[in-house]
Ligand binder design. Structure first.
Ligand code: ADP
Ligand code: MG
Length: 265
C-alpha cells in the first residue's frame, strides 16, 4: 500500500476544486460609491456563486439598494470593480448589463396595469422592444409557450387574460419576477420582493425563489428574518455601506456585531 498516493487528492478532485474556484458568477471587489463625500457603499467585497440564492440584510440606509443600483448600472461606483462571469460591469450601460444576463426588480412593481398578464410578459421579451421589434415581431407558437411556461412558474397561469391592475399586490410582485424571467437572466437582483405580502404569499414566494435558484443566481434584499431563514443559504449583512458579517442565518444572528447593530435601531 502506498499511503502517499491514497492521501493525495485525485486528479478529479483537483479538477473540480479548480472548476469551483472559477465558478463565481459575480465578484465585487472594493466597491465604493460616494455621494458628495458620503460613502453609501464603502470598500465592499463579496462573491456570488452560480445557482446561489444570497440574501442581503441590514438596517435602513445600509446601502443595500445602492449596491443593486451599481450592479445593474443605474449608479456608477466611485471605485472598485464588479465582474459578472469575468466581465467588468462598471463600464457597461444599463442596457448592456441587462443583455449580458443581469435582471433587476425594483422595490415597487413596475408593471403595465392596463395590459393583461400575458401582454406584460410578452413585452418583456427583448425582441419585442424597439421600433423594428414592434413592427416585425410576431407572436409565434414558441413565444406563446414561453409566456405560458413563465406564467405557470410565477403562479399566474390562470390569470393570463386578466388586466394586471386587478391582480393582488403579491401577484403583481410575481408578475414582475415573471417579466424578468422572460429575459432569461442568469443573475436576478430583487429588492424586497415580499414587502407587503400576506404570510401565504410569502411562503409561495419562498418556494418560487428557491425554484428559480435551481438554474440561476439571485441576490435578494429582505428584512423579514423568517422569510430570510426560509430561503437563504448564506446571508450578507451590510451596515453603513460596509460588510458587517457574512454566513448562515444562524451564524449572522449569533454575531455580536449584528446583534448590536439591530438592537441599536
Ligand atoms: P438601504 O437600501 O440599505 O436602505 P440605500 O442604499 O437606499 O439604503 O441608501 C444608503 C444611503 O445612501 C442612505 O443614507 C441614502 O440616503 C444614501 N443615498 C442613496 N442614494 C443616494 C443618492 N443618489 N444621493 C445621495 N445619497 C444617496
Ligand atoms: Mg433599500
Amino acid at each position: 500500500m502506498n499511503d502517499i498516493v491514497l492521501d493525495a487528492p485525485s486528479p478529479l478532485a483537483v479538477a473540480s476544486d479548480f472548476a469551483r474556484a472559477r465558478e463565481s458568477i459575480l465578484t465585487i471587489s472594493h466597491l465604493t460609491v460616494s455621494f458628495d463625500g458620503f460613502k453609501a457603499v464603502d470598500d465592499l467585497s463579496m462573491t456570488i456563486e452560480e445557482n446561489e440564492l444570497r440574501v442581503v440584510i441590514g438596517p435602513n440606509g445600509a446601502g443595500k439598494t445602492t449596491l443593486l443600483d451599481m450592479i445593474c448600472g443605474k449608479t456608477r461606483p466611485t471605485a472598485g470593480s464588479i465582474r459578472f462571469r469575468g466581465e467588468e460591469l462598471t463600464r457597461l450601460s444599463e442596457y448592456h448589463i441587462v443583455r449580458r444576463g443581469v435582471g433587476r426588480k425594483f422595490q415597487n412593481p413596475s408593471i403595465y396595469e392596463d395590459l393583461t398578464v400575458s401582454e406584460n410578459l410578452e413585452i418583456s421579451i427583448p425582441q419585442a422592444r424597439g421600433v423594428w421589434g414592434s413592427v416585425f415581431f410576431r407572436k409565434t407558437k414558441a413565444i406563446r409557450e414561453r409566456i405560458e411556461r413563465v406564467a405557470e412558474e410565477v403562479m399566474l397561469a390562470d390569470h393570463l387574460r386578466m388586466k394586471s391592475g386587478k391582480l393582488s399586490h403579491g401577484q403583481k410582485q410575481w408578475l414582475e419576477i415573471g417579466m424578468l424571467l422572460m429575459q432569461d437572466p442568469q443573475l436576478l437582483l430583487l429588492d424586497e420582493p415580499v414587502a407587503g405580502l400576506s404570510p401565504r404569499e410569502r411562503e409561495q414566494t419562498a418556494i418560487l425563489l428557491k425554484k428559480i435558484a435551481a438554474g440561476k443566481s439571485l441576490v435578494v434584499i429582505e428584512h423579514d428574518m423568517d422569510f430570510v431563514r426560509s430561503i437563504a443559504n448564506k446571508v450578507t449583512v451590510l451596515h453603513q455601506g460596509r460588510l458587517l458579517s457574512e454566513g448562515t442565518v444562524d451564524e449572522v444572528q449569533a454575531d455580536p456585531r449584528v446583534v448590536e447593530v439591530y438592537l441599536g435601531h
